[in-house]
Design a protein around this ligand. Structure first.
Ligand SMILES: Nc1ncnc2c1ncn2[C@@H]1O[C@H](COP(=O)(O)OP(=O)(O)OP(=O)(O)O)[C@@H](O)[C@H]1O
Length: 236
């Protein structure tokens, strides 16, 4: 079942369309990734889904219900969690208090420690003292405790070491395993493709490729172009 459906969505910034007629889906328990160079419109797309920016036209449906006109907090309450690029933690609060801040009554912060035992060993440490990777774990753990249906994750790998990125990717796979639909936006294809079920490539606001992970892995030319940051150069 598709938990998230984005249909023909256009988003404008300063009067210019930066997301143009994009359609994509995220199924229950699956990971869809959106790849694309800097400025391709990935962040704007996620913001349009969570409500941080207005969608000019098209539909966004969560479990079949239209949400593209709903206020951001309503979308969050309906089950859209948005993990933004800047890893926002409450720096002065402990790990436990950061998790409590996002914890629904029917969730337990122990669930976050099961997913990230690393955090369980630092319960009373101020979040600001954690490494970048641990802060990302904290943000993901907190999002999990909000019991989302769909998790939007923006550039989780930014500035992190490959080993840490692999660790996070594994955790995202485990999260999806619980039934959450994940939409992962990444500039770097390797991480995204290691966990993706379905992949989309965005260039200048448009989807220029979509397919199963295997198809993208098979298409060396497209992959190379992705790494060079210009997916429009390949034959798609
Ligand atoms: N607040 C804004 N006002 C005007 N234009 C914006 C704004 N934010 C982004 N843009 C423009 O929208 C386009 C898409 O940006 P967006 O951040 O969505 O792309 P991206 O693929 O996520 O890139 P990045 O990896 O840099 O986040 C870019 O041309 C950018 O300059």
């Amino acid at each position: 079942m598709n938990l998230l459906e984005v249909e023909d969505v256009t988003i404008e910034r300063s009067g210019l369309p930066v997301v143009r007629g994009v359609s994509l889906t995220v199924a229950e328990g699956k990971i869809s990734v959106v790849l694309g160079a800097n400025g391709a419109g990935k962040t704007s797309l996620l913001e349009g889904i969570s409500g941080a920016v207005r969608v000019s036209s098209g539909q966004v449906r969560l479990a079949g219900q239209r949400i593209e006109k709903a206020r951001p907090w309503r979308r969050a309450r309906a089950g859209v969690a948005h993990v933004e690029q800047n890893r926002t933690v409450f720096r002065d609060l402990s790990v436990v208090d950061n998790l409590r801040a996002g914890c629904r009554r029917d969730a337990s912060i122990e669930e976050a420690f099961e997913l990230f035992p690393e955090l369980g060993k630092q319960r009373s440490v101020a979040a600001g003292l954690l490494s970048g990777g641990e802060q990302q774990m904290l943000v993901l753990g907190r999002a999990l405790l909000g019991r989302p249906k769909v998790l939007l994750i923006d550039e989780m790998s930014l500035g992190l070491a490959p080993m840490v990125i692999e660790r996070l990717a594994r955790a995202v796979g485990e999260l999806a395993g619980t039934g959450v639909g994940v939409l992962l936006v990444e500039q770097f294809a390797a991480l995204a493709l290691s966990v993706a079920d379905h992949a989309y490539v965005l260039a200048r606001g448009e989807v220029v490729f979509q397919g199963e992970r295997a198809e993208l892995l098979d298409d060396e030319e497209l992959l190379r172009a992705l790494y060079l940051g210009d997916p429009t150069r390949s034959q798609v």
